[in-house]
Design a protein. Structure first.
Lengths: 113, 543
C-alpha cells in the first residue's frame, strides 16, 4: 500500500535519522533500507532524499565523510549527538501524533458499531 | 557506464548550487547514487539504455530536486548576498562621490563609505577565493588610510608614498572584487537577458586609476588648470557610473536567481569581531587625533595698555623713533606698551656715531606691495652698556589707514634674537603668530613647526605649524636676521599670508587654492613684503 505524499513528507526526516542511527549509511543505502524495512510502504523519490540529508547535515544532526567504493567517491552519513536528540524529539512528537490519531479513529469506530 | 552519460542531468540538478566546492560534492554524491541504481537495474536484467533512463526517472522531478538542492545549499553570509551587494553599492558611491556641505563632510562620508564596502566585502568573502582576497586587500587599504592620517605631519614625501600605496590597494581590491563577482554570477549569466559589463568596468577602473595616480604624483592632487580638472573629473565620473551599473546588474542577477539565502550564525560573530577590531584601531587614533589637535596652544592676550609713560618720556622715545625715519603716523599711534620697549633707544644720529657697520642699514625700507610696509632697526643700549637692536616693522593693512606693528629684540653681541612674543624656533629664526580668538587678539606659541625648503634655491618655501583647530590665525611672520659677508646685518621679515584652516580629523586644508596640496595644519606662503602683527591700529575695541 502506497502512502500519500503529504502523509509521508513529514516523516521522511524521522525515518532517515532512525535508519542512520543504527549504522553509518550512504544515500542509496538509506533509500533501500527504508524501502525494505517499511516493506515498500515508503518509497521515496530518490532525488528528494539528498536535500533532506544535506539539510540535516547543515543543521548538525548528521556528519558526513567520503570513502572510495567501486571506483568512485561515496558519501557516508553518521548521526551526531545532536541528531540523536533530534531523533528522540521527533519520535516523541510522532508518538503523540499517532496516539492522538489512534484515539480519534478509535472513537469514530466505536460510534459506527 | 561513464560519468559523462549522466553529465546532463547532474549539471541540471546541481546548477542551482552557488559554491563550486559544494556543487562538486553534490555532483559526486548524486553520481554515486545514479550509478548504484543503474547497476541495480542492470542486475535485474535491464539493458544499459533502459537502466540509465530508469535511474534518472527514479530521482523524481528534476526541477523540484534542483530547486530543493539550491535552497539547501544557498550560501549567504550575513547579511544576505543581496543585502551585501546593496551595501557594497552604497559604500562605493559614498566613498567615491565627494560632497562637502560642511567642513569635514567629505572625510566623514569617505570613511563611512569605505567601512560599508569593508563590511559588504567581508560578507561576500565566503563565496569564493577571489572575494576573500578582495576583502584582504580592502582591509589593507583601510589601514593605509588610517596610517595616512597619522603621517600627514611627517611631510610631503610620506604623504605621497602612502597615498599611492592606498590607491594601489584600492585598485587591487576592486579588481579582485569584480573577478569574484563574475565567478559568483557565472552560473546565471548565460540565461540572463541582461549582461553584466565586467570588461568595461575593468577597463574603466584601469583608466581611472592610471589618470588619478598620474595627477597625484605630478600635482599632489592640487590642479589649478581648469582643463586638467575637467579631464580628471570626467574620467572619475564615468568610472563611478560604470562601476555602480556593474554592481547593480550583479545584484539584480543574484536577486533573479531565485535563491533563498540563509544566515549562518557563525558569520554574526565574525562580523562583530571584525567590526570590534576595526573600532579598536580607529577609536584610539581618532581620540589621539582629537587630543593632539585640540591641545591648547600657549596664548596670551595682547592688550594695548593704557598710558604708562610719562608724557616727557613718551615724547623723547617718539622723537628718537622719528629720527630713524619711521613714519609719524606709525610712531604717534604706537601704544605705550610698545613704546616702553624702546625706552633708552638711541637717536639715529647717536647710533650713527657708533662704529657699527650695520648702522647704515638701519634705515626705513619699504617693501611696498599693495600697502606700504616698513622695517627699521632701532639702536638701544642697556644699563650695562650692551648694544642691541630692536626691529620695528609695520604695514598698512587697509585703505582706511589701519596698520599693524610689531618688533623684535635682537642682541648684536650674542647674535641672538629674542622675540617680544611667543615664537617657535626653526633654523635659529623666530616665528611669531597672531590669532584671533573670541574677538580677541592673541599672541601664540605654536605647538609644532615644520618647514619645507626648496632644494634648488635653498630658500624656505613654506612653514607649517600646528594650531588649535578653532583658532583663526590673523597673521604669522618670521624674523630672519643674518650677518652678511661684509658684517652688515640683514633683517629679513617674512610675512606668511594666512591660508586655510583645517579640520581636525584629517588636517586637510579646506581650500586647496594656494596650498600646493599640502595636507597639514596650516599652510603658509612666503610673501616678499615684510610685516608682522602684534598690534593693530585702530584697536578693535575702539572701532
Amino acid at each position: 500500500m502506497k502512502i500519500s505524499k503529504e502523509l509521508a513528507k513529514g516523516s521522511t526526516g524521522l525515518l532517515v535519522l532512525s535508519v542512520i542511527s543504527k549504522t553509518d549509511m550512504y544515500g542509496y543505502q538509506i533509500i533501500k533500507t527504508i524501502e525494505q524495512t517499511s516493506e515498500e510502504v515508503f518509497s521515496l523519490n530518490e532525488g528528494t532524499l539528498y536535500p533532506i540529508l544535506h539539510s540535516l547535515e547543515k543543521e548538525g544532526c548528521l556528519e558526513a565523510y567520503w570513502c572510495e567504493a567501486e571506483g568512485r567517491k561515496r558519501k557516508y552519513y553518521r548521526i551526531t549527538a545532536k541528531g540523536l536528540g533530534e531523533l528522540e524529539s521527533r519520535k516523541q512528537e510522532w508518538n503523540t501524533f499517532s496516539n492522538a490519531v489512534t484515539r480519534v479513529l478509535g472513537g469514530v469506530e466505536r460510534a459506527g458499531t | 557506464m561513464q560519468e559523462h552519460n549522466f553529465d546532463e542531468i547532474l549539471d541540471f540538478l546541481c546548477g542551482g548550487i552557488i559554491l563550486k566546492s559544494e556543487r562538486e560534492n553534490v555532483r559526486n554524491e548524486l553520481f554515486d547514487h545514479l550509478m548504484c541504481r543503474y547497476e541495480t537495474n542492470l542486475a535485474v536484467g535491464m539493458d544499459e539504455e533502459t537502466a540509465r533512463d530508469e535511474a534518472i526517472k527514479n530521482l523524481g522531478d528534476a526541477a523540484t530536486v534542483r530547486h530543493q538542492l539550491g535552497a539547501v545549499h544557498a550560501y549567504a553570509p550575513r547579511p544576505s548576498l543581496k543585502k551585501a551587494m546593496n551595501l557594497l553599492i552604497f559604500g562605493y558611491i559614498l566613498s567615491s562621490v565627494h560632497i562637502e556641505f560642511f567642513n569635514g563632510m567629505k572625510e566623514i562620508t569617505t570613511f563611512i563609505g569605505v567601512l560599508c564596502m569593508l563590511v559588504s566585502v567581508f560578507c561576500l568573502s565566503k563565496a569564493n577565493r577571489n572575494l576573500k582576497k578582495a576583502f584582504a586587500f580592502k582591509c589593507a587599504d583601510y589601514f593605509t588610510v588610517i596610517v595616512i592620517t597619522a603621517v600627514q605631519q611627517w611631510g610631503f614625501s610620506f604623504n605621497l608614498i602612502f597615498t599611492v600605496v592606498d590607491m594601489l590597494l584600492t585598485f587591487a581590491s576592486l579588481m579582485l572584487l569584480l573577478k569574484g563577482l563574475a565567478e559568483l554570477v557565472n552560473p546565471f549569466r548565460e540565461t540572463s537577458a541582461k549582461k553584466v559589463p565586467f570588461a568595461a568596468c575593468v577597463i574603466s577602473n584601469v583608466i581611472s586609476f592610471t589618470v588619478t595616480t598620474y595627477f597625484v604624483i605630478l600635482f599632489n592632487g592640487a590642479i589649478d588648470d581648469l582643463f586638467l580638472n575637467v579631464i580628471l573629473f570626467s574620467v572619475l565620473l564615468v568610472n563611478i557610473v560604470i562601476t555602480v551599473f556593474t554592481f547593480v546588474r550583479v545584484s539584480r542577477l543574484l536577486w533573479n536567481s531565485d535563491h533563498e539565502y540563509k544566515i549562518e550564525d557563525s558569520v554574526k560573530k565574525k562580523t562583530a569581531f571584525a567590526l570590534a577590531a576595526l573600532l579598536a584601531i580607529v577609536v584610539p587614533v581618532a581620540v589621539s587625533d582629537c587630543v593632539f589637535s585640540t591641545q591648547k596652544a600657549k596664548t596670551e592676550i595682547y592688550v594695548a595698555e593704557r598710558s604708562i609713560l610719562e608724557s616727557a618720556e613718551r615724547e623723547e622715545i617718539c622723537n628718537n623713533l622719528l629720527s630713524y625715519g619711521i613714519p609719524g603716523y606709525v610712531v604717534s599711534n604706537l601704544p605705550d606698551s610698545e613704546l616702553e620697549m624702546y625706552r633708552g633707544c638711541l637717536n639715529a644720529a647717536e647710533f650713527a656715531d657708533e662704529t657699527w657697520d650695520f648702522t647704515t642699514d638701519t634705515r626705513v625700507g619699504y617693501a611696498g606691495t599693495d600697502y606700504s610696509t616698513g622695517v627699521c632697526g632701532v639702536g638701544l643700549r642697556d644699563e650695562d652698556g650692551n648694544r642691541f637692536v630692536r626691529v620695528l616693522t609695520w604695514t598698512q593693512c587697509n585703505s582706511e589707514g589701519g596698520f599693524f606693528c610689531s618688533s623684535v629684540f635682537w642682541d648684536y653681541n650674542e647674535m641672538q634674537c629674542f622675540p617680544l612674543n611667543y615664537g617657535g624656533e626653526y633654523n635659529d629664526d623666530f616665528l611669531l603668530i597672531l590669532s584671533e580668538e573670541n574677538g580677541r587678539t592673541m599672541k601664540n606659541k605654536p605647538l609644532a613647526v615644520y618647514t619645507d625648503e626648496d632644494a634648488l634655491t635653498d630658500s624656505m618655501t613654506g612653514v607649517r605649524f600646528q594650531m588649535k583647530n578653532d583658532v583663526t590665525v590673523i597673521h604669522a611672520t618670521n624674523y630672519n636676521v643674518t650677518r652678511q659677508d661684509d658684517n652688515r646685518m640683514n633683517y629679513n621679515v617674512q610675512n606668511y599670508m594666512k591660508c586655510f584652516p583645517v579640520n581636525f580629523v584629517t588636517r586637510l586644508p579646506l581650500d586647496y587654492g594656494n596650498s600646493a596640496g599640502y595636507q597639514n595644519f596650516f599652510e603658509y606662503e612666503i610673501s616678499s613684503s615684510g610685516h608682522q602683527i602684534v598690534w593693530e591700529y585702530p584697536p578693535k575695541d575702539n572701532q
